[in-house]
Design a protein around this ligand. Structure first.
Ligand code: CMC
Length: 431
């Protein structure tokens, strides 16, 4: 605590001293917990732009500088020097693992990759043309009906096993959602492969042929997963925390997170970017599209641009752009019209006063879809991949919350603007 801020209701002698709380880095935070009791006053903050809902040691973002740290480590270093499972260990446990811890964690996760065989039959309950995110919501939610032996949220061992299960099974669930949509047989996981390698294997292999995973593509997939692993208290993570604050089991909470991620303002943006690039079609159409985006009445947004917290380049977008070029190179794609279109769109947007004045920069979703499309993923799978990666962040944030002794049920208040008190009118007397 570094001091206080005094809040006075103008024209009265009513005031309250709010304690100031200081994090490791970042601005001070006024503690308003006693405001209602002291002043009979709520705060109003739709969208929570100025409200810290929790304290957390996992991820730090400086939106003005374009900085993203996980447990203090810059995303640029993690994306280029670490692996997804090592980052998962870091997010969950707070420190980078030793070699022995890393092996133990890797083996622990990979031993949980298979799904209960009865879960297979869940897939056939979906229409073939179901969006894979719909399948993800359903199958992940159903995990709590299958793994009763790890549902006690007050037991640390149950929490540990549930975390392993979620991190391990999400790629299998996602790959099977994809296989189901294209009518191919499900491919079982291979625990001798790396995490990203196994995922690509389950996506691309068929029982009739031997499939060799390209190490360059496996590395790129691993990096994409790292870049999406956690992002502080975004909408889906807040959803997971809110659901978890009631004592709901972790599988149910992650299913809630997946549903929240689906929207185009959040994880659904990567799919929306590709749709948008397809609609623009050609570089020559960019100026007209930009004009539409700038027209307040059009309701058209430049997807993959803008962020609630970043008022500078999203550091993940820079790495994603670099990865995009590496992947296209590995695949021998010399000229990708979509990449050309995206780069030109970015160039024009970044020099346009509308985007400059509103501090709108490319976010993580701007380039990821181009990479995933080049790797053979249909657009409907883009947000699914985001969900696979973000599961690590969600479960880390959920675990941190459950282990926080000051944790209470999440329960925002409101400004009531509806009708005042009135008496019921019998239907015969209503005019
Ligand atoms: N294109 C055009 N104008 C925009 C955009 C955009 N992509 N983003 C924000 N604006 C404008 C908006 O119209 C508003 O203008 P004004 O002040 O004149 O009304 C101003 O910028 C502030 O926008 P906002 O909606 O109040 O900002 P927000 O913090 O509530 O929204 C956002 C953040 C990410 C939802 C928004 O920027 C957006 O819709 N972006 C496109 C979707 C997208 O790429 N989402 C992925 C986010 S990153 C990954 C993730 O979270 O999953």
């Amino acid at each position: 605590m570094t001091g206080t801020v005094t809040l006075t209701i103008d024209g009265t002698n009513k005031s309250a001293k709010l304690p100031l709380i200081q994090g490791t880095i970042g601005p001070d935070v006024a503690d308003i917990r006693k405001l209602y009791a002291d002043l009979d006053l709520f705060t109003y903050d739709p969208g929570y732009g100025g409200t810290a809902a929790c304290d957390s040691k996992i991820t730090y973002i400086d939106g003005d500088q374009g900085v993203l740290l996980h447990r203090g480590y810059p995303i640029e270093q993690l994306a280029t020097e670490s692996t997804f499972l090592e980052v998962a260990y870091l997010l969950l446990n707070g420190e980078l693992p030793t070699a022995a811890q890393n092996d133990e964690f890797h083996n622990g996760v990979m031993r949980h990759t298979m799904l209960h065989e009865q879960l297979r039959s869940f897939y056939s309950g979906f229409r073939r043309d179901a969006h894979p995110m719909a399948v993800m919501c359903g199958v992940v939610g159903a995990l709590s009906a299958f793994y009763h032996d790890s549902l006690d949220i007050n037991d640390p061992e149950h929490r540990r096993i549930s975390a392993f299960r979620l991190i391990a099974k999400l790629p299998t669930i996602a790959a099977w959602a994809f296989k189901y949509s294209i009518g191919q047989p499900f491919v079982y996981p291979r625990n001798d492969l790396g995490y990203a390698e196994n995922f690509l294997h389950m996506i691309n292999a068929v029982p009739a042929e031997t499939y060799h995973v390209s190490p360059v593509l496996a590395k790129a997939m691993d990096r994409i997963l790292i870049l999406h692993a956690d992002h502080e208290q975004n909408a889906s993570t807040s959803t997971v925390r809110l659901a978890g604050s009631t004592g709901a089991n972790p599988f149910a909470c992650i299913a809630a997170g997946i549903a929240s991620l689906w929207g185009p303002a959040h994880g659904g943006a990567n799919e929306a970017v590709l749709k948008m690039l397809g609609e623009i079609g050609h570089v020559k159409n960019i100026p007209a599209f930009i004009e539409k985006v700038k027209d307040k009445n059009s309701n058209v947004r430049l997807m993959g641009f803008g962020h609630r917290v970043y008022k500078n380049y999203d550091p993940r977008a820079k790495i994603m752009e670099q990865t995009c070029k590496e992947v296209l190179g590995e695949l021998g794609i010399k000229d990708d019209p979509l990449l050309d279109l995206a780069m030109e769109l970015e160039r024009i947007a970044l020099s346009d006063e509308y985007f400059i004045s509103k501090k709108l920069y490319p976010n993580v979703d701007f380039y990821s879809g181009i990479i995933l499309k080049a790797m053979g993923f249909p657009t409907s799978m883009f947000t699914v991949l985001f969900a696979v990666a973000r599961t690590v962040g969600w479960i880390s944030q959920w675990k941190e919350m459950i282990e926080d002794p000051s944790q209470r049920i999440g329960r925002p208040r409101q400004i009531y603007t509806g009708a005042g008190l009135r008496d019921y009118v019998p239907i015969t007397a209503r005019g």
